[in-house]
Design a protein around this ligand. Structure first.
Ligand code: PEP
Ligand code: MG
Length: 318
């Protein structure tokens, strides 16, 4: 029975009407990557690279990073890994990078803003990612992008890394960005010509859309990704992507089984979740019919609050 469950977890997740939804895992270490493989993940939809940079006195060089990323790729046995460039700053400072104190770190120099202010760090990281992409299927993704200009500057640095690595552009290298700033979500069509995919970070997207800090226990009920305001942003991303650019969700909402029909109904075709959540999310995909899901999703957009959306989902699931 255990063998059968493992095989089922590793099999592709296809909706009742035959549409594939990739279910990946979020990983922040090689151990996570092994857990992802054990639980049948189709890919690593988000590799958080902060683990390599925090709690130390100097940045890892490209060599050390390549070894760490390679270990993750190896654990996933040839399945694609989506490496997110460093997402620090604000509440996650680096000991070896001087940073001004900020009153509102979540609205400060973090994510791609931090990387563009400290290009030497980003240059080294992109070199490691490009080198790995010559060995394995790799996607690179930039966090906290607000403007097309930021994306283009990061892409130019990626081009430089490809030149420096030599051997031409790696055939399997795909380029994407996180959608976690509400204004960026609304501008998806402007970003679309410059990316292969976007991945919605519902943790930050909900935090910024609802003006409710994600870690603040007093606001725990407020920053819910099923709030119709957040769902409208996700809908805007799917529409802006227009079928040409793949849309993934890698925030916590993706691992919420009840929300799977909602996200699939809006047009999301990749979910990246905690490794242990992969089998359950795949089952939720298999239980979903896209025609019904699209209808439920459309109705959810017009509801008043997250509680009403959750009631609708519970009702539709019966
Ligand atoms: C998110 O914001 O939803 C996300 C996936 O990124 P992180 O949780 O690392 O900020
Ligand atoms: Mg985020």
């Amino acid at each position: 029975r255990r063998e059968r469950a493992r095989a089922r977890a590793a099999a592709p997740a296809v909706t009742r009407d035959g549409v594939r939804v990739a279910v990946g895992a979020n990983v922040g270490s090689a151990a996570d990557a092994r857990a992802a493989a054990d639980h049948g993940a189709d890919l690593a939809g988000l590799v958080r690279t902060e683990f390599l940079f925090l709690r130390r006195d100097a940045a890892p060089d490209a060599e050390e990073q390549l070894a760490a990323y390679r270990e993750i790729a190896d654990a996933l046995g040839g399945r694609r890994i989506t490496v997110r460039t460093l997402d620090v700053g604000g509440d996650k400072p680096l000991r070896y990078v001087p940073a001004a104190a900020e009153d509102n770190p979540y609205l400060g120099v973090r994510g791609i803003r931090h990387s563009l202010e400290h290009p030497a760090l980003l240059r080294e990281q992109l070199l490691a990612i490009v080198r790995l992409a010559h060995e394995a299927p790799v996607s690179v993704m930039f966090p906290m992008v607000s403007t097309v200009d930021e994306l283009l500057r990061a892409r130019r640095m990626l081009d430089d890394a490809v030149t420096r690595a030599g051997g031409g552009a790696p055939a399997g290298l795909r380029v994407g960005m996180m959608m976690e700033v509400p204004a960026a979500a609304l501008k998806t069509a402007a970003f679309a010509p410059h990316v292969d995919f976007v991945s919605i970070g519902t943790n930050d997207l909900a935090q910024y859309a609802l003006a409710a800090e994600r870690g603040n226990a007093a606001l725990a009920g407020l920053s819910d990704g099923t709030d119709p305001g957040v769902l409208r942003l996700i809908d805007a991303v799917c529409r802006g992507a227009g079928g040409r650019v793949e849309v993934a969700v890698c925030g916590e909402l993706a691992g919420d089984e009840a929300a799977v029909p909602l996200l699939a109904g809006l047009g999301v075709r990749e979910l990246s979740v905690a490794p242990r959540s992969v089998p359950g999310v795949k089952e939720a995909v298999r239980a979903t019919g896209l025609d019904v899901a699209a209808d439920v999703a459309a109705r959810a957009l017009d509801l008043a609050d997250a509680a009403a959306v959750r009631a609708l989902l519970a009702d539709a699931g019966r």
